[in-house]
Every structure is written in C-alpha cells, then in structure tokens.
Design a binder for this molecule. Structure first.
Ligand code: SF4
Ligand code: SF4
Length: 354
C-alpha cells in the first residue's frame, strides 16, 4: 500500500497553500531522492497561452525552496507539443512560458525545454512493455539526476483524466514519442491546404515526402513528426487513430521508461484546483467540474492519480464527471497498466496533513 499525503484547500486558520505544499512534499522525504549538486528537473505544464486553468507559477515556489535547501540545482521543464500551437518549438514555448509567468524573473530558476529546439532531441530508453520495447524520452529529462513532477489534475479527452502518469509519459516524450503514443500510423498531408512550398521536404530526414503536385507522405516515413511542426500552413495532420486504451497503455510504458531512466528518483505533487474537463494544451478552458479540492503528494504516481480521481468523484457526489464527459474512455486503464509494470499501486492510504 502506498501513502498519499493530502491537504484540503479549505483552511479555517487561513493557512497558506504554499505552506501546505511544503509540508506535503516534506512528508515524501525528498532528501532520500535528491541531494546536493543534483540537476533536478521540475516537470510541469506551462499551459497553452489563452488557457487559465494551468498551475499557478507561485505553487512552484515551495517546490523549488525544498530543492534549493537540499543543495540541488532545479530547473523548470516541459517538452514541445506534437500538434501546432504556441509550444511547438522551444522558442515559441519559452515565450509562452514567460507570458504565463514561468520565467527566471518570477521563479529565479532556469527554464529548459527538454527535447530541443524542434522536439527531436531524445534518447531511447529500453522498457519491457506489452506494446513497446523502448521509449523515446526528451534528452534533458532523461539525463537529469531526478525529477519533481508537478501536475495539474484535470479531465482529459484522450485518457479520461490527466495527472502524474500523463505528466511523466506524454509530458516527457519527444515529439516522435508523442506521435508513437497517439497514433498507429504516420501523419498525412491535407491536399487542399498544402501550397507545395516544399519546406517539409527539406526537414524530413527520411526523405519520405514526395511532391506530385502537392506534398504526400510515403511509406518511408518513420513517424518522427518533424514535418508537422515545420509546415507553415498547418497542412500536415496527425492521425489521432490510436484507441484510448492503447494510448493509455503506451503512456504507462513511457512512464516506466522515465522510472528506469531516472533510477526511480521521482517525487510527485498534484494540484487539484480548477479541475477543468480538458487538457491545459487548449488555448482556453471550460468551467471546473468540481469546486477546488486541494493538493496531494506521493512518491507513487499510480496511488496519487487514483487518490486524486477518488477525491474528484467524492466532490462530484459519488459520480465520475470525467466518465460523464467522455463515456467511451475508461481512465482506469492507465492505472492498471502502470501497476502491472511495477510503477506503483492503486492501493493507497490517504493521509491528511494539516
Ligand atoms: S510544408 Fe506544408 S504547405 Fe509546404 S509542401 Fe509541405 S505540407 Fe505542403
Ligand atoms: S513524420 Fe518525419 S519521417 Fe514522416 S514524413 Fe514527416 S518528417 Fe518525414
């Protein structure tokens, strides 16, 4: 059984949420995971510009304080997105992070986009999964000495909910890895939108794009997803054709790869506030499905996600708001598969921390 430490947002004593986060993380014994001189990735999600449900930057202050007190050297990090938006390459991504309040002047901590300028700086990490034998992780995450994972717990249109497992799987993969989880095939060109400018051909390392008279992707494609980000007209589309169950299983296998790469040196904090029905990758957000709940921390991402989900269900009167929103998605798949891979257990004890 794993321990999940929880602090409600409610506070009769007007206690600061920052103090609560600090207490929760200290209950996870971060000194057992991080030590002086370690380069520690603080993995979060900077939120697509326009969205306002993402984690407030100030919640990272106690996280960084703990790491600094241990003598570690934290850096804030995320990876570039698969789809075209404000976080498709590291230049736009850093502008986006700055505009949303994640920058050196606000948090006195360097921000590093972990998978390189165009999302292709990655390392392969072996896993013994049911679907995958290797995962393709963002290089700067794989080479860090450990990771503090700060996740916004919310609904998600692909996996039912997105929490700690999603953050260390989709969130730690390079672009090719994200495509690998989302799709069973390579991208395709929308002929009506393509202007035949030829830019994608120059970026395709596999020489997999032919022009006749517009661009089309051949079976030489290796699914690196580079062309998606470089097309100036957004004419190259992802085939979101993997089933939710397959994507969730692959997510769990990517999470296992992160545990392997970082020698299990991970501590998790989840923020259960502004529990929006969909991902923070959208440039907007709908109203939360429940009132603000609080904060939870654990060294076990499976237990943590299960506990957060149970807290949301309880706040929703015993029903699952994500199941109502996405009736065809069984969000338990990611937990069951992660448990099978030895990342953690859904059997947890919730310990309230005042
Ligand atoms: S970069 Fe886009 S518009 Fe240009 S040829 Fe390729 S698919 Fe067509
Ligand atoms: S996904 Fe990669 S390999 Fe496939 S066509 Fe695009 S750039 Fe080429």
């Amino acid at each position: 059984m794993s321990q999940v430490f929880f602090s409600s947002i409610d506070s009769k004593k007007h206690k600061s949420p920052l103090l609560k986060i600090s207490k929760l993380l200290n209950r996870c014994n971060p000194q057992d995971f991080f030590t002086k001189g370690d380069l520690i990735a603080v993995k979060t999600h900077f939120g697509e510009y326009g969205n306002t449900a993402f984690i407030r930057p100030v919640f990272l202050r106690p996280v960084l304080d703990i790491l600094n007190l241990l003598g570690a050297k934290p850096f804030l990090t995320d990876t570039n997105t698969l789809y075209v938006g404000m976080r498709t390459n590291s230049v736009d991504h850093l502008h986006n992070a700055t505009m949303n309040g994640f920058n050196y002047s606000t948090l006195q901590t360097p921000v590093i986009i972990a998978d390189g300028l165009r999302g292709d700086n990655s390392v392969d990490v072996p896993v013994q999964g049911e679907l995958l034998s290797k995962v393709m992780l963002a290089a700067e995450i794989a080479s860090s000495d450990g990771m503090m994972v700060v996740s916004h717990f919310k609904g998600h249109e692909v996996s039912g909910f997105g929490g700690a497992i999603k953050n260390i799987s989709m969130g730690c993969a390079c672009r090719k890895g994200k495509l690998d989880m989302h799709s069973d095939s390579h991208p395709s060109v929308v002929q009506e939108t393509c202007t035949a400018c030829g830019r994608c051909l120059t970026f395709c390392a596999s020489n997999a794009i032919d022009m006749n008279p517009k661009a089309f992707i051949t079976d030489r494609c290796t699914g690196c997803a580079m062309c998606i980000s470089v097309c100036p007209h957004s004419a190259i589309q992802i085939n979101w054709n993997a089933s939710s169950a397959t994507t969730q299983k692959k997510m769990a296998e990517y999470a296992a790869g992160v545990f392997n790469a970082l020698d299990r040196k991970l501590v998790f904090l989840s923020i259960i506030l502004s529990v929006s029905p969909a991902c923070d990758c959208y440039p907007g957000n709908d109203r939360p499905v429940v009132a603000d709940i609080g904060f939870a921390a654990s060294t076990d991402p499976v237990a943590l996600d299960k506990a957060c989900h149970d807290l949301v269900i309880k706040a929703y009167g015993g029903n699952d708001p994500f199941k109502e929103k996405y009736p065809n998605i069984d969000s338990a798949v990611q937990l069951a598969h992660a448990e099978k891979l030895g990342i953690g257990t859904a059997d947890y004890r919730l310990i309230e921390v005042d």
